[in-house]
Design a protein around this ligand. Structure first.
Ligand SMILES: [Ca+2]
Ligand SMILES: [Ca+2]
Length: 227
């Protein structure tokens, strides 16, 4: 009788273990590690809503509305009254339009073509993109997905979509548009957050810099996370 009681207890424990393990598998995390996430901002710019954004401008690109385009500038997104949190996840689509030159310098004529993401004054992305592709002169390297300088990756490395249409299809120009999915999870506790995106593009040999090289973003999503 005693052995039957132990065996029943063991069976119940085993069942509890199996249910817990199954729940862990099903939901991707165990009870202790459940993330308390809250979306505090999302914008696909389809309604051209630019509240909370400084220096905002909206254009249509490839059948969607995007924040941009920018050249030698950028935008600030200013959020306040965030719920209590430990981390923040920032994600968006970044479109690199036309003939970016990556790490190339060419004595200051072409580049480097730098793009930055700053949160509350701290630099989280400081990279270059190369959209020129490979030609007879070779492949101008880009820093992304690593930071600039000292990183040399092939053009369009890490792209979510490398073959989108360019904005300015100038005769003989390489480029098109490359879309990157930027996602950063950062330690953050403040009730306010300022996201700034900027570029330092170099194109001294053109009369229309914004047509030669520009960028835009779409689907900005910001989540606060408690562990
Ligand atoms: Ca959009
Ligand atoms: Ca350039």
């Amino acid at each position: 009788m005693k052995s039957w009681t132990i065996s029943l207890k063991q069976t119940l424990m085993m069942r509890r273990f199996v249910i817990t393990a199954f729940a862990c598998l099903l939901f991707g995390s165990c009870a202790k590690e459940v993330k308390n996430e809250q979306e505090v901002y999302f914008n696909d710019f389809e309604s051209s809503n630019l509240s909370k954004i400084a220096n905002g401008t909206v254009e249509s690109y490839n059948n969607t509305k995007v924040l941009g385009r920018y050249n030698a500038s950028g935008f600030d997104l200013d959020l306040t009254d965030l719920p209590q949190h430990r981390l923040v996840e920032i994600s968006f689509d970044l479109y690199i339009h036309d003939s970016w030159d990556g790490n190339k310098t060419s004595n200051g004529i072409d580049g480097p073509d730098i793009w930055k993401m700053i949160v509350d004054g701290n630099l989280y992305v400081n990279t270059t993109f190369s959209n020129s592709g490979c030609d007879a002169l070779g492949c101008p390297p880009q820093s992304y997905p690593a930071d600039f300088p000292n990183s040399n990756n092939d053009p369009k490395t890490g792209a979510a979509n490398p073959n989108l249409p360019g904005v300015c299809n100038l005769a003989g120009k390489l480029g098109g548009t490359t879309m990157y999915r930027i996602t950063k999870v950062i330690e953050h506790k403040n009730a306010s957050l300022i996201l700034q995106c900027r570029d330092q593009l170099v194109q001294t040999n053109t009369s229309d810099p914004k047509c030669d090289e520009s960028w835009s973003v779409d689907n900005i999503r910001i989540k606060t996370i408690n562990l």
